[in-house]
Ligand binder design. Sequence first.
Ligand code: A2P
Length: 347
Amino acid sequence: RKMNVAIVGATGAVGTQMIKMLEDSSLPLGVVKFLASKRSAGKQLSFKGEPQTIEELVADSFEGIDLALFSAGGGISAKFAPEAVKRGAVVVDNTSHFRMDPEVPLVVPEVNPEALREHHGIIANPNCSTIQMMVALEPIRQVFGLKRVIVSTYQAVSGAGNQAVEELKQQTRDYLAEKPVSEWTADILPSGGDKKHYPLAFNALPQIDVFTDAGYTNEEWKMINETKKIMADDGIKVSATCVRIPVITGHSESVYIETEKTATVEEIKALIAKAPGAVLEDDPSQQIYPQALNSVGKKETFVGRIRKDPDEEKGVHLWVVSDNLLKGAAWNSLQIAETMYAMGLFE
Ligand code: A2P
């Protein structure tokens, strides 16, 4: 049976990548629909070399659709994901709206594919920073156990959408033209939903999303709560600091873990080297380590700088890098759909 697929937010930073992932997908495709706002309706995008007209998103867009991939913001998902489900579609939602809903599986296929069996129409794609950390930590957790995680992120701007990318590029041009910082435009970053805005060019902003409880930002809470849900273990201690840096694509993370059992660096390297979705890039003698620039366009998560805490036997540092638009968003979403198909969950 062929599958009819809709991409919601097809013109966005993630949606554009979803189209590419769908072009390469093993799913048997029937109708493919590109949905976006009224502003984009009637414009064309290409799919497998053929022009394809963008349609305005309305509830009836999902008539006859089997799979809907959403990445047009939490408000759009809140309103339209239930409409898609009502019309018989399975929704894979890239926004944070449904992630912590106990009825909604939150899935990284390398970690918890079995959770897909429990779905009620909607499956949530985790936060980009959480996903790549899960790919790196799950193989270690399976063998040595995981007691705690302390992570600091170095996140790319494309995670904040296309307009944020344009804002950074313009600030960079202004810097190079020697325009004073006071004349730069900052309307979006660090968070479109917050009151103040700061330049990101040649800067580092320790705020992603808005501040919520206990001095943490929402992005930091996402990493904390989603890790526990995906690994199905509320006992794992997790703490995070999320920082936006002037990189276009590719999130980097400094991850510190404490395992239950003592592991050697060699043992951890061997686990990462054979872990699904992970690539070991770790040879200090040759200056080999993961880099954001090298991750762009790749589906894998790259892991390196693996080393022990000199003062803590069970403490290990890792440097974890992935393309935030692919494994962090578009690829993980499509991988969820392909995994469901392989599990017979679309029948
Ligand atoms: P559009 O380009 O028509 O505004 P990004 O994450 O890069 O900011 O992209 C957001 C995506 O969400 C875009 O594809 C955008 O479409 C889409 N979008 C935003 N608002 C709406 C809306 N009201 N209805 C449908 N799609 C929307």
